[in-house]
Design a protein around this ligand. Structure first.
Ligand code: FES
Ligand SMILES: [Fe+2]
Length: 349
């Protein structure tokens, strides 16, 4: 099961590629980004909405992201050809009377705005939807955006780290776990509504009031999102939401929010600081996984009973790859398939 096969699956899903603020800050220049190895130019074209096209003008291959938006289309900076949101050339300034060659088309992709992010889907042939971000529409929650970060590790590995219960005691000794309590609980895992869900009871320990810590309800909308609801000891609720956007097989950019229904008047930076601490603890380990891309080959790595969550996560990714081989529409069905796991059979490592 190759990383290329997994990439083909990921192309069927929506991924965030930038924040709305980043898009606005770049205007009138498009933003050049990379998703699943493909360079894209992204811009708010005004009336036509968000445009996403391959970041390569087929005239002489200059990147459209070094051009600008002009009259609802991408203007190439080199010879001024203009490209609309559907990827059709609509103007060649050196030939005002035409004709525009029929071949003058570049790939264009679907885009939508949600949660302050621009989402792109490279392949629309399966019926996939955006991952939920429940805190976003919950008026009791104050949603604070963390600064997106890029790590040299594949997106599935980045996500798997979030739901790896056995690393808390080691990597986050004192912040999220205790090294003297290295045995994590084995959660009952459900697949419901396209999400992997489980609950987690952290060990007894004193934490700062800005910590995202407490009885935790995990929701993982497949394939690359994690949302964790925390019930704090004092009755408050917090949420951590993240999505890893696959830049290529070996790197990803994570977009994330921390939300709270308490202490709205406090400095948001203090609440982001706890998560920053956790990220600094994770980074040296997660970005030193070799290879940086997640292998779905059984037996490539050695899983044990306490890896139950990642075993199930990998199983689901594997099922999506298998479904993709039967056709894109099968992937949507594989996302929707429900399942309850009490014991993870070890043959599916
Ligand atoms: S390279 Fe784009 S117009 Fe010539
Ligand atoms: Fe961690």
């Amino acid at each position: 099961m190759s990383t290329a096969a997994l990439s083909e699956v990921l192309e069927l899903f929506w991924h965030p590629v930038c924040t709305v603020e980043e898009l606005r800050a770049a205007a009138p220049q498009p933003l050049g980004i990379q998703l699943l190895g493909q360079r894209l130019a992204v811009a708010d074209l005004g009336e036509p909405g968000i445009g996403v096209v391959a970041d390569r003008c087929i005239h002489r291959s200059t990147r459209l992201s070094v051009g600008w938006v002009d009259d609802g289309a991408f203007r190439c900076g080199y010879h001024g050809w203009r490209w609309d949101a559907a990827g059709r050339c609509v103007e060649i300034p050196s030939m005002p009377d035409g004709p525009i060659p029929p071949r003058a088309c570049i790939p264009a992709y679907e885009a939508q705005l949600a949660y302050g992010l621009v989402w792109v889907r490279l392949d629309g042939s399966a019926d996939t939807s955006l991952p939920a971000c429940p805190a976003w529409d919950d008026t009791s929650m104050k949603v604070v955006a963390g600064t997106p970060y890029t790590w040299p590790v594949g997106a599935p590995r980045r996500v798997e780290n979030f739901v790896d219960l056995a690393h808390f005691a080691w990597v986050h000794d004192g912040s999220l776990g205790r090294r003297d309590e290295p045995v994590p609980p084995l959660p009952r895992i459900r697949r419901e509504a396209g999400e992997l869900r489980f609950d987690y009871e952290p060990p007894d320990m004193a934490t700062d009031q800005t910590a995202l810590f407490g009885y935790s309800r995990y929701r993982m909308p497949v394939p690359l999102t994690v949302s964790i609801d925390f019930d704090l000891a004092d009755g408050a609720h917090r949420n951590l939401w993240m999505t890893a956007s696959p830049i290529d097989d070996g790197s990803c950019r994570t977009f994330w929010y921390v939300s709270r229904d308490d202490r709205h008047d406090e400095d948001d930076a203090d609440h982001l600081a706890f998560q920053d601490l956790v990220l600094r603890e994770d980074e040296p380990l997660v970005t030193n996984q070799d290879p940086p891309s997640l292998s779905l080959e059984p037996g490539f790595e050695l899983s044990v009973r306490t890896d139950r969550v990642s075993i199930e996560y990998r199983r689901w990714l594997r099922e999506l790859v298998t479904a993709r081989a039967s056709g894109p529409a099968e992937v949507a069905a594989a996302v929707a398939a429900d399942r309850v796991v009490v014991e993870a059979p070890m043959e599916a490592r």
